[in-house]
Write a protein that binds this ligand. Structure first.
Ligand SMILES: Nc1ncnc2c1ncn2[C@@H]1O[C@H](COP(=O)(O)OP(=O)(O)O)[C@@H](O)[C@H]1O
Ligand SMILES: [Mg+2]
Length: 262
């Protein structure tokens, strides 16, 4: 652990090279990236396909290591963790949200959200109670027994957000979280992520190539060929708007028509 608790995320001159493989040459996926983010910030990183977005999230998530530089998240210096500490970090400090939701199809929504808690040996009753609460908080309280195949894309992503929150992480890392959603579900998911930030003080990192996603975050960065730069700050999104038409999404009923993005 580092002493500096001021920042939730610190990247200091971080580079990532993938070594040559077969006929493919070496790739410089991140170049000298430096960024400091305070806890409870939401940040969007925009960039074209191949610009290094997923690589950056993988480093923040402790799924891969930097070639050079320092990655510190929530005071954990990821380059200097033992394998057991790294496992604990991945399981409890960060939550992942993916473009393709990545729920386990044979498990119910509730079981999917319980899974990360099972991994850290949370007791059954506590697990079930917390998973139920989290599903309620993302507007999925009526669907806890549904399997992913019976949920729309937007609903699956809400379950995935509840799963990401299961072990109360400091940071949520979202890789194109709205890439597979229609506009309506996209807005619901973006608002939900901002609500999470407000409610729990979670730091939210969203990578996307969608310019409108960036506007929902407080800070917007751009990544190009592995180079990251700040582009804009945005006013925080007010998530408690009463005058929108997505209201009914917060209390989904089994036969609402929102299946277009499944
Ligand atoms: N495991 C890997 N091995 C080799 N090259 C990779 C690997 N993962 C990504 N790359 C390369 O690194 C660059 C950045 O990829 P990535 O981070 O996936 O970009 P993005 O998520 O923005 O599309 C690309 O040129 C990609 O081909
Ligand atoms: Mg990617």
């Amino acid at each position: 652990m580092s002493d500096d608790k001021e920042y939730a995320i610190e990247l200091e001159k971080v580079s990532k090279e993938y070594p040559p493989h077969g006929k493919a040459g070496a790739v410089s996926a991140l170049r000298d990236v430096t960024v400091h983010l305070r806890a409870g910030t939401s940040i969007a990183i925009r960039g074209d396909s191949g610009s290094g977005k997923t690589t950056l999230l993988n480093l923040l998530g402790g799924m891969d290591s930097a070639s050079q530089g320092r990655v510190v998240v929530g005071g954990w210096d990821l380059g200097h963790l033992s394998e057991p500490d790294l496992c604990e970090y991945r399981a409890t400090k960060v939550g992942f949200v993916f473009q393709t939701f990545n729920l386990l199809p044979e498990l119910t929504a509730l079981e999917n959200v319980e899974l990360p808690m099972e991994a850290v040996r949370t007791g059954r009753s506590e697990r079930t109670a917390r998973a139920t609460r989290l599903l309620e908080s993302v507007g999925m309280g009526e669907r806890t027994r549904h399997r992913p195949g019976r949920l729309s894309g937007g609903e699956q992503q809400r379950v995935a957000i509840a799963r990401a929150l299961a072990n109360d992480p400091d940071v949520i890392l979202a890789d194109e979280p709205t890439g597979n959603l229609d506009q309506r579900s996209r807005n619901v998911v973006l608002r939900l992520l901002q609500t999470v930030r407000e409610k729990y003080g979670t730091t939210i990192v969203i990578v996307t190539h969608d310019p409108s996603v960036a506007a929902s975050c407080e800070k917007e960065y751009r990544i190009k060929k592995g180079n990251l730069r700040w582009v804009a700050d945005h006013a925080p999104v007010v998530t408690s708007s009463a005058d929108d038409d997505e209201e009914d999404d917060d209390e989904p009923s089994p036969d609402d028509g929102d299946r277009s993005d499944r």
